[in-house]
Ligand binder design. Structure first.
Ligand code: COA
Length: 310
């Protein structure tokens, strides 16, 4: 099976932010409670930005880093639950703004917080078959679908985008994914009547998250015949530090491999994994030849993970 080479990554986040203190002027909560129960201290919240402008900003930063011939890009996939329009897609509008050629495949993909993992796998298959490079984006304006009087959800989510430019390679790559319909756990209604806010059963999602992350990591390891000690990092979707803490306890001695940045961004859904990848490349934590597990989970319920050599 063909793997991928990550040519470059970049991210974008709105300048405006709500720290726990500010959020607690809007909702009946407590800054210390939020930090202790979630690990989150801050989240970036759009003012004039939206999922398209964040995607474009991440894309522009990426092209500023990677001196590539843009005509080699054959696909743009934007994972998002918060597109500016149902159509045209974020991917279609971002492709134009970024000056990409017209003869490409461009579409949005809906798999909630697993979106980037689903998009990466879809893009990998596409370029393995058709050649070229793919721009894979996770972008969200979650503040537009959050009820800021609902303390069970508004403390968790933030806005942002991350992008990765990939091409086919013979590097190690293995993917697993799955889905299991569960409206009660986490849902958001589509166009039509009724409210347009996220509804969540926090306990149900928490339990699911801990067990599915362990399942995904174990399956990736057993399928590839690797042990966790041979993996450099485990990059999990950033939903709640307690979820990641509960998972990493299951891998004694390997806890340092579970990198987190949710303290600053909260849960940015499809953007969280590419935001992490971008930050880790920028800090020099990720280097050529390292083996990395990325694992996402979210509404659907959905989950997806890859074990790849970068
Ligand atoms: N501020 C202050 N108190 C709060 C609160 C808030 N924001 N939210 C809940 N509480 C209170 C509850 O009312 C409850 O009080 P009580 O004991 O007097 O009844 C107490 O805190 C405990 O509530 P509980 O719901 O058990 O808290 P929790 O530890 O499960 O944390 C979540 C709640 C939402 C943070 C947690 O369940 C979670 O993160 N779940 C996963 C959500 C997720 O990741 N979603 C996205 C997936 S992609």
């Amino acid at each position: 099976m063909k793997g991928i080479k990550i040519i470059a990554t970049a991210s974008a986040a709105p300048a405006n932010s709500y720290d726990n203190e500010k959020l607690c002027t809007m909702v009946d909560s407590d800054p210390e409670w939020i930090e202790t129960r979630t690990g989150i201290r801050n989240r970036h919240i759009c003012t004039n930005e939206n999922a398209v402008s964040l995607a474009v900003e991440a894309g522009e930063k990426l092209f500023a880093k990677a001196d590539i011939d843009k005509s080699r890009i054959s696909a743009v996939i934007a994972a998002t639950s918060t597109p500016e329009f149902v159509f045209p897609s974020v991917a279609c509008m971002a492709a134009k703004e970024l000056g990409l050629r017209r003869e490409i495949l461009a579409f949005d993909l809906s798999a909630a917080c697993s979106g980037f993992m689903y998009a990466l796998e879809t893009a990998r298959c596409y370029i393995a078959q058709n050649g070229g490079m793919a721009l894979v984006i996770g972008t969200e304006k979650l503040s537009g679908i959050i009820d800021y009087t609902d303390r069970s959800t508004c403390i968790l989510f933030g806005d942002g985008a991350g992008a990765a430019l990939i091409e086919s390679s013979d590097k190690l790559y293995h993917h697993v994914s799955g889905c299991e319909a569960d409206i009660r756990a986490l849902s958001l209604k589509g166009p039509g009547d009724g409210d347009r806010f996220v509804h969540m059963d926090g306990h149900r999602v928490f339990r699911f998250a801990v067990s599915i992350l362990k399942e995904v990591v174990d399956k990736l390891l057993s399928d590839t015949g690797l042990t966790i000690s041979e993996v450099n990092y485990v990059i999990c979707h950033q939903a709640n530090a307690r979820i990641i803490d509960a998972v990493k306890k299951k891998y004694p001695g390997q806890e340092h491999k579970f990198y987190m940045n949710l303290e600053e961004y909260g849960n940015t859904s499809a953007a969280s994994i590419p935001l992490l990848l971008s930050e880790m490349f920028e800090k020099g934590l990720l280097r050529d030849g390292m083996k990395v597990i990325c694992a996402g989970f979210g509404a659907g319920l959905t989950w997806g993970g890859t074990l790849m050599e970068i």
